[in-house]
Design a protein around this ligand. Structure first.
Ligand code: GAP
Length: 489
């Protein structure tokens, strides 16, 4: 990261704390690495992102239903899913600094350096070699790559590396009291398995017909070794996942559908298309026959925010094998080729998986702006504004009586009562109006309404738009309608 982008990113982190969005977990005990808490505005924003996703999946798509599965699952789940054997990252230690790194991360950092130095072709070659070696699990080759590109530890400055080893990312704990016989169970590293093990429950009880989807939002846990970049990579985080069950042979077409559909969801929030790109995977996870990342340009470069995976029938087939319970679906639609029903099969699955916390960081980092304002008299002023899309902003409307007397608070409270059932409002009568506007800008409130003495005469109020700072007079009974027109789905 260049110093300028590092400074912006640090400013965003400080802002998130100062204005009640994100705090370090257990801060009074000096925090817990890569674990975070959400404050009053952060928890509102997070919930709004969740609701926006949930609605787009389960309300806007007639063939998708939701579930809420437990975090703890039978331990065999993780054997069947392949996580016990395969859910690991290649790690390396520097012998001089004793620091541990994910091998792909230090190679990617080197590629970024090469690119910043204008050596893009060399950076591309480095990443291509890394992808090939990772796919082949050729750890000796990867270590040689570090030597060839003189990749060194950022702390010790040396290339004195240990061998590369795999490190499993699942957290484990014990079920039952210590005195009794206890079983090792895992904190789920993805929410997807809660969907797979409930596939037939949901299909039968909600009377779903393939193709159909099951959506879920919930916590996931990974013992990330290198956890940096604030809430980008956490040890406890939330995922919003959807498994879409399709007829075998149709997975390519559904993969393309969901690739586009998910990007459209991001764009529907008014986020700029040029900040997004797809990244096709070369090294496929053990369950996938195709996969890509939807990447966003964060302050520290283009990074994954969401994954689209064609998971084949791997998971259902494997659960069938381990549980000895059939995971088949009977498709009574007629196959035109044979003139007979498609019959029994294990569906293929397209998965869309987005990190809620990562989406939160995306919104925050895109929204944050330190703006210089030129006033009418030519003088300048500045403000920090969060241009959070109105649909997901923590507060939608701030209601501000100009003074706290002369009957203005009473009118403001009446407006508050009219609007608060429809969307989140904020009431404040303290401080000069300019100061109050700045505070609302800093937490991303899209609309402020001011009640002044003229309101008593003509029932008109001043509505101020956060992004343009334009102020207009509108009838007080049109305020609710105006805000609703900007936040409806
Ligand atoms: N079920 C598939 C799955 O879990 P993944 O690519 O490992 O796939 C999906 O994760 C998404 O979850 C990522 O695109 C990212 O947004 C989020 N995610 C993964 N690990 C994370 C972490 N340690 N901290 C925050 N978000 C994470």
């Amino acid at each position: 990261m260049s110093t300028a982008t590092e400074n912006i990113f640090q400013a965003i982190i400080s802002h998130a704390k100062e204005y009640g969005f994100v705090y370090q977990s257990s801060e009074i005990y000096d925090g817990l690495s890569a674990v975070y808490d959400y404050g009053p505005y952060g928890s509102e924003l997070k919930k709004n992102i969740k609701d926006y996703w949930w609605k787009s999946m389960t309300q806007m798509h007639q063939n998708i239903v939701g579930i809420d599965a437990a975090i703890f699952m039978h331990p065999t789940t993780w054997k069947a899913s392949g996580h016990v054997d395969n859910f690991s990252d290649p790690m390396i230690d520097n012998k001089d600094s004793q620091k541990r790194y994910r091998v792909d991360h230090i190679i990617e950092a080197k590629a970024d350096q090469l690119r910043e130095a204008g050596k893009s072709a060399e950076a591309d070659a480095l990443l291509a070699s890394m992808d090939q070696l990772l796919a082949a699990e050729d750890f000796a080759g990867l270590k040689q790559l570090l030597a060839d590109y003189q990749i060194v530890c950022s702390v010790s400055g040396t290339g004195n590396w240990t061998d590369i080893r795999q490190f499993n990312l699942m957290f484990s704990t014990q079920l039952g009291s210590v005195a009794e016989e206890s079983d090792t169970i895992y904190l789920r590293p993805e929410t997807a398995q809660g969907i797979f093990v409930n596939f037939l429950n949901v299909q039968k009880t909600a009377r779903m017909k393939v193709p159909f989807g099951i959506a879920q939002i919930g916590k996931a846990f990974r013992n990330e070794i290198v956890a940096r970049q604030f809430i980008f990579r956490m040890r406890e985080f939330e995922q919003m996942e959807m498994q879409f069950f399709v007829r075998p042979g149709t997975q390519k077409e559904w993969y393309n559908f969901w690739k586009q559909e998910r990007l459209n969801w991001h764009l529907s929030l008014g986020l700029p298309a040029e900040k997004y790109r797809y990244h096709d995977h070369v090294k496929l996870a053990h369950y996938a026959d195709a996969a890509l990342d939807i990447e966003f340009e964060f302050p520290f470069g283009f990074k994954e925010v969401e994954g689209i995976h064609s998971r084949t029938d791997f998971d259902l087939k494997s659960h069938q094998e381990f549980s000895k319970k059939k995971q088949q679906y009977f498709d009574n639609d007629i196959d035109e080729a044979t003139g007979k029903p498609y019959g029994n099969y294990i569906p293929y699955v397209i998965e869309t998986s987005i990190g809620l916390d990562r989406m939160f960081l995306l919104i925050l980092s895109h929204a944050y702006e330190e703006e210089t304002i030129t006033k009418e008299d030519g003088s300048t002023d500045s403000r920090v504004v969060l241009r959070i899309p109105a649909k997901i902003a923590p507060n939608k409307l701030a209601i501000l009586p100009l003074v706290k007397k002369d009957g203005l608070p009473e009118i403001a409270r009446e407006l508050m009562d009219e609007c608060k059932g429809a969307f989140k409002c904020f009431y404040e009568e303290k401080d000069a109006i300019g100061k109050r506007y700045r505070r609302q800008d800093a937490i991303g409130t899209p609309f402020c309404v001011t009640i002044d003495h003229q309101t008593k005469e003509d029932n008109m109020v001043t509505i101020r738009h956060r992004d343009s700072m334009v102020q207009e007079r509108i009838p007080i009974n049109k305020v609710k309608e105006l805000v609703l027109s900007h936040i409806s789905y």
